[in-house]
Design a binder for this molecule. Structure first.
Ligand code: TGC
Ligand code: FAD
Length: 387
């Protein structure tokens, strides 16, 4: 049965023809290529790497980057791509978010012309895979406490430290590693195969199972001087990348909620108990009404955030509000949908439980719910409650 996403407030009419076309192409690709294989990858704990060339072929990797062979799409078109990818699975969207917003964007924003020419076309074409190493075993919400160090040696630098929970890392050809050099946070492009540099896959996850999550280990890793991103200095450099990725996550989480809502709505019309479809019960209808309301709010918020971003008017706190709300509400929606499906909801025959488990990570990564609450608290009061 074809997917029937809700559009209760005619948001369709606020999209351009190009935006609709881009979204519909990705939607069809997700139906044809992602949904048939994703449950098996999820159960096996493997990322569907076979999809990378297809995503690249469609121009989805770093789609919002200007120049260097990239299409330079607007924030709404890019958001719609991520929404559709996460309707398939958060792991597929995460792959694209990291490649585009956390690897290509920092190279585009902070890199030298040589670094841009060398890396951006290959990353866009999916010939090169990247990852972003900010989180450390002892510093997650507080990346400013990072212990990974760079010291100048000869013409280059030597890196020592560890990064944890790094998406795409064990398949990455290049890692952006954030480290302190003489007290300042700096970004380094570290290539796979550099002696002392390794990625160890993190197994036994209950969430984001169709995503590569690894630890990066750096032991006396020598990198050349031109591996440093010249325009990135201070914690605001990696935090600026997070602002890019977080707005995409707001769209993505909405995609997961749309998938769950569509599945639960259909199920409620087909499944009968007490001789009537379960959708006839007021308690089921109350759940669906709540979901539709929250999805509609998310859709409107994301669209407005995207338009503000296109006008250069979106602040990091606005992005925090959208990311925080979308993750929180999508997770609640996924849990309610799981309930509507009863016992069937826990099986891989349906999507709801996979999305629900994924959204637990999406709520945590790119700034936890609590961290975004405090970002908003600071925006409201002017007072920093992080410490
Ligand atoms: P603070 O003193 O507030 O800020 C330091 C400097 O950074 C600036 N800044 C930002 N700039 C751009 N975007 C933002 N979102 C920014 N937030 C802060 C700030 O203006 C300041 O600039 P300047 O010029 O004064 O130096 O820093 P703090 O140490 O107090 O920390 C603030 C806090 C807690 C909000 C920040 O550390 C934070 O966001 N923590 C959460 C960490 C996080 O989100 N990590 C994510 C890792 S990557 C990931 O999870 C990928 S998941 C895979 C996927 O995306 O699919
Ligand atoms: P902690 O910071 O230890 O937080 C634990 C709890 O304490 C949370 O509930 C938090 O909200 C709360 N807390 C912390 N500080 C405060 C405070 N000041 N006030 C109130 N409560 C607080 N990182 C990367 O760098 N690159 C990646 O590609 C990447 N991919 C990821 C993929 C997955 C699947 C996951 C799960 C994580 C990934 N991360 C990545 C890491 C992610 O960004 C961190 O997990 C996240 O920032 C939270 O850090 P933490 O897990 O260390 O939790």
């Amino acid at each position: 049965m074809p997917y029937e996403p809700p559009d209760f407030f005619d948001i369709e009419s606020l999209l351009s023809e190009d935006e609709r076309m881009i979204r519909d192409n990705v939607r069809q690709w997700v139906d044809e290529r992602v949904l048939p294989i994703i449950a098996d990858h999820y159960m096996a704990g493997t990322f569907p790497g076979e999809l990378i060339p297809e995503m690249a072929e469609m121009g989805l990797l770093g789609a919002s980057i200007e120049g260097y062979g990239c299409p330079g799409l607007g924030a709404v078109a890019y958001g719609l791509i991520l929404q559709e990818l996460e309707r398939g699975d958060s792991g597929v969207r995460s792959f694209a978010s990291v490649q585009g917003s956390l690897v290509m964007w920092p190279i585009w924003r902070y890199g030298s012309e040589e670094q841009k020419k060398r890396w951006l076309p290959a990353l866009h074409q999916g010939e090169t895979i990247g990852c972003f190493g900010l989180t450390e075993p002892d510093h997650g919400s507080d990346p400013g406490g990072m212990e990974t160090k760079a010291v100048k040696r000869g013409a280059g630098y030597v890196l020592n430290g560890a990064k944890m929970w790094i998406t795409n890392a064990s398949m990455a050809d290049v890692a952006i590693v954030w480290a302190r050099l003489d007290g300042d946070v700096r970004g380094f492009l570290v290539e796979k195969g550099t002696p002392g540099f390794s990625a160890v896959k993190m197994e036994k996850k209950y969430s984001l199972r169709a995503s590569d999550t690894s630890e990066l280990v750096l032991q006396d890793v020598e990198v050349p001087a031109d591996s440093m991103l010249p325009g990135a200095k201070g914690l605001k450099a990696p935090l600026g990348c997070l602002t890019q990725a977080r707005s995409g996550i707001a769209w993505g989480a909405c995609g997961a909620a749309l998938a769950c809502y569509d599945e639960a709505r259909r199920y409620s019309l087909q499944r009968t108990q007490f001789d009537v479809p379960i959708g006839k019960f007021q308690l089921t209808q109350a759940k669906l009404a709540e979901m539709l309301t929250e999805i509609t709010k998310m859709q409107l918020l994301n669209l407005r955030l995207g338009r503000l971003k296109e006008e250069g008017k979106a602040s990091p706190a606005m992005v925090s509000l959208a990311k925080r709300n979308a993750c929180h509400e999508s997770l609640r929606i996924a849990r309610d949908c799981r309930g509507i499906l009863g016992a069937n909801g826990i099986t891989a025959e349906y999507q709801v439980m996979r999305h629900m488990c994924n959204l637990e990570s999406v709520l945590t990564y790119e700034g936890t719910h609590e961290i975004h609450t405090l970002v908003l608290g600071q925006a409201i009061t002017g007072l920093d409650a992080f410490r």
